[in-house]
Design a protein around this ligand. Structure first.
Ligand code: NDP
Length: 250
């Protein structure tokens, strides 16, 4: 019923389905080589977007190499791999500038790249602490800046989505993830002005595989702690026009 959908959207003519489609939209996903970032990128491309997956300048992950040929399945939608380091502010600004030069726009930015380092709280070393904050906090800011600058310049009302974590609001037992917890709290603070953050619970990716695989039954135990009784998946809603009245949400 288009009438209901357009009333919800506050626009005269859009159907609910069109709110979630992203034809001709251009997206950047950092940490898009694998894990949550890659899942997000695939969902955006399925919705019709041209998606740039940025990752450290290493060879594409095996998850990436196994991808179906999205470029052939959709009209304009495609996934492109670009290398970059989110902790390099000027480089990030330049990368997004180049995307805009090529595609003419940037609509969706998912500042998702992040790292996890666990160590005894009282022994946590300075270099490790700095590294986690550098990637998880500065990297998120530089990514959002890079996209936000172009969106402002071009007058595009885009979506900037930061990947925080439930670890930004809870503290993991033992303080092992002191830098990670601190960094994700900072990400939640940064999520303002048509910027939203997502706070995934546990997702089975390269980041979590290490400790999940080490302890038999741990994944089942953590799943049981979640009201849904399972690990999470990724959402398109915040990147779509259906969420344009939503800001600062976690
Ligand atoms: P992964 O480790 O699987 O993926 C993270 C990606 O970020 C990797 O591809 C990694 O590259 C990339 N990356 C790391 N540092 C940089 C950098 N400096 N510049 C560019 N790219 C970089 O992790 P997940 O997919 O699990 O996590 C994605 C996000 O989700 C993170 O922010 C994480 O904190 C958050 N999250 C994850 C949860 C989970 O349960 N998995 C739960 C809650 C939040 P490389 O492959 O080269 O290392």
């Amino acid at each position: 019923r288009p009438g209901v959908a357009s009333a919800l959207a506050g626009s005269g003519s859009r159907t609910a389905l069109s709110l979630f489609s992203l034809p001709d939209r251009v997206a950047l996903v950092t940490g898009g080589n694998r894990g949550i970032g890659l899942e997000m990128a695939l969902v955006l491309a399925e919705a019709g977007a041209i998606v740039y997956c940025l990752d450290l300048p290493t060879a594409p992950d095996e998850e990436w190499l196994k991808l179906p040929a999205i470029e052939n399945q959709q009209k304009k939608a495609k996934l492109e791999y670009i290398s970059g380091d989110v902790t390099d502010q000027k480089a990030m600004w330049g990368i997004v500038e180049k995307i805009v030069e090529k595609e003419g726009r940037i609509d969706v930015c998912m500042a998702n790249a992040g790292i996890l380092h666990g160590a005894e709280c009282l022994e946590y070393e300075s270099a490790d602490f700095k590294k986690v904050l550098d990637v998880n906090v500065s990297g998120v800011l530089f990514t959002a800046q890079a996209a936000g600058r172009q969106m402002e310049r071009l007058g595009i009302q885009g979506s900037i989505i930061l990947t925080a974590s439930m670890s930004g609001t809870i503290v993991n037992p033992g303080g092992h993830w002191i830098a990670y917890n601190t960094s994700k709290s900072a990400v939640l603070q940064m999520a303002r002005i048509r910027v939203n953050s997502i706070s995934p619970g546990y997702i089975y990716t390269n980041m979590t595989r290490g400790f999940l695989d080490k302890e038999p039954g741990l994944q089942e135990k953590l799943s049981a702690q979640n009201p849904m009784g399972r690990f999470g998946r990724v959402t398109l809603w915040l990147a779509s026009d259906a969420s344009t009245f939503c800001t600062g949400a976690e």
